[in-house]
Design a protein. Structure first.
Length: 62
């Protein structure tokens, strides 16, 4: 993921975070954690077709 440097105050950043709804906060959390990095990696693998997703039938033996 590309890195971007932005010069904003901590106060402004805190204000932006306070205004986020639950979905936005969950997304931010995922982007900032190790678990989120793993999910981004898996998504990229699926998009590049380096892995194959299981079908519903394969998962549930239907």
């Amino acid at each position: 993921m590309p890195e971007v440097m932005v010069d904003i105050s901590v106060k402004h950043l805190a204000s932006m975070i306070r205004k986020m709804d639950k979905q936005e906060l969950e997304t931010l959390y995922m982007l900032l954690t190790k678990e989120g990095k793993e999910l981004i990696k898996r998504k990229k693998e699926v998009e590049q077709r380096t892995v194959r997703l299981l079908t519903r039938e394969e998962v549930f033996n239907v």
